[in-house]
Design a protein around this ligand. Structure first.
Ligand SMILES: CC(=O)SCCNC(=O)CCNC(=O)[C@H](O)C(C)(C)COP(=O)(O)OP(=O)(O)OC[C@H]1O[C@@H](n2cnc3c(N)ncnc32)[C@H](O)[C@@H]1OP(=O)(O)O
Ligand SMILES: O=C([O-])CC(=O)C(=O)O
Length: 371
């Protein structure tokens, strides 16, 4: 038995949800470029969960179902008020909040298809309310209740900022949510599948996935990109900063990918959004710095920008706190996690690989009093 470090190249399951073939990403066979340009986030969530695009009537009903389920139990809000939020990372609070949400769901351990569909809706709907409530409470403000006639992206921004967002803001968030919704067997999705393959419940699968997404080599990279851009500060400082990092063998956040070699197809959409939004806010320096870094890393290391790279300056331009970037990723990716959890349940087998043992062998046991 020989281990493959990081399971690189290992095909661990079959899936009908999303594919990455020759650097092209599709959701259920639909090209990400088409979905990013033409569909809404709700339409994409419906697609991932039902493996078909909705009709107008199905989409309307689905949007309404989501909007009707956005309010969260008061105990979940109270729990957020109980910590010192200045010291708590929102991904940790979100992980705990989703776990707590499961305790108030009478169907948490009911494993029928219908109950799983209802839980899917509840989790997808409520996650945005929790993230917005975290942010409001941290600012000493009251959480805002969702409105039933707003889209998912609109409701999130409304609950976050306390005022109805403009069309540009809504379009940016909606497109970012579409672009982040699913991505084959990435680390957090694999984690969710491993968890529920024991026939554990959906909440446990999502909590496990949140833990995996939080790390800076995965979803946590978007926050780190903005930290890096802030440290760089000026366009002139971009290359000296990057060269020093590389000389110290440090990784450049938002660059590189396990699967894509010639470029992440989502990055170009976020790059375009970053250019537009930074121009609109008169903060082009974030975009210009990012382009300089991307070009340099591509030339020197042959590494492409990934989805996290330009999303940082997009969210920053929308005035969003940097530590909320990864929770926003989670708010989108939860749709993919749920799709994969449902797929896992529908054709389940325990996921249990082997390890290549490299520790000592044939040791002689020495009684504790003689050690
Ligand atoms: C949504 C997402 O999860 S997208 C990924 C988000 N993560 C990041 O942006 C973090 C930065 N990037 C990385 O750490 C990596 O590129 C990963 C984690 C995305 C992929 O990692 P892996 O496929 O395991 O590649 P690995 O880390 O082994 O790197 C291979 C080589 O490229 C180098 N490399 C990879 N990414 C980077 C980077 N961002 N900056 C500098 N060098 C890099 C490594 O140092 C290594 O070089 P070596 O062979 O000389 O030692
Ligand atoms: O697929 C991966 O390894 C990481 C990624 O880009 C994602 O999860 O969106």
């Amino acid at each position: 038995m020989t281990a493959t470090k990081g399971l690189e190249g290992v095909v661990a399951t079959q899936s009908s949800i999303s594919s990455i073939i020759d650097d092209q990403l599709t959701y259920v066979g639909y090209r990400i470029d088409d979905l990013a340009e033409k569909s809404s986030f709700e339409e994409v969530v419906y697609l991932l969960w039902n493996l078909k695009l909705p009709t107008q009537a199905e989409l309307q009903a689905f949007k309404q179902e989501l909007a009707n389920n956005m309010e969260v139990p008061e105990q979940v809000i109270e729990q957020l008020r109980s910590y010192d939020l200045s010291k708590v990372h929102p991904m940790a609070a979100l992980r705990t909040s989703i776990s707590l949400l499961g305790l108030y769901d009478d169907e948490a351990d009911v494993m029928t298809e219908e109950a799983n569909h209802r839980k899917a809706i509840r989790i997808q709907a409520k996650i945005s309310t929790i993230i917005a409530a975290f942010s409001r409470i941290r600012q000493g403000k009251e959480p805002i209740k969702p409105l039933k006639d707003l889209s998912y992206a609109e409701n999130f921004l409304y609950m976050l900022n306390g005022e109805k967002p403009n069309a540009i803001e809504v379009e940016a968030i909606d497109k970012a949510l579409v672009l982040h919704a699913d991505h084959e067997l990435n680390a957090s999705t694999f984690t969710a599948r491993v968890c529920v393959a024991t026939l554990s419940d959906m909440y446990s699968g999502i909590v496990a996935a949140l833990g995996a997404l939080k790390g800076p080599l995965h979803g946590g990279a978007n926050e780190q990109v903005m930290k890096m851009l802030t440290e760089i500060g000026t366009e002139e400082n971009a290359l000296p900063y990057i060269k020093e990092k590389l000389a110290n063998k440090e990784k450049i956040m938002g660059m590189g990918h396990r699967v894509y070699r010639n470029g992440d197809p989502r990055a170009k959409h976020l790059q375009k959004m970053s250019k537009e939004l930074t121009t609109l806010t008169g903060q082009e320096k974030w975009y210009n710095m990012s382009v300089k870094i991307e070009d340099y890393i591509k030339k020197e290391k042959g590494l492409p920008a990934n989805v996290d790279f330009y999303s940082a300056s997009v969210y920053h331009s929308l005035g969003i706190d940097h530590d909320l970037f990864t929770p926003i990723f989670a708010m989108s990716r939860v749709s993919g996690w749920i799709a994969h959890i449902l797929e896992q349940y529908s054709n389940n087998r325990l996921i249990r690989p082997r390890a290549e043992y490299v520790g000592p062998t044939t040791q002689q046991y020495i009684p504790i009093e003689n050690r």
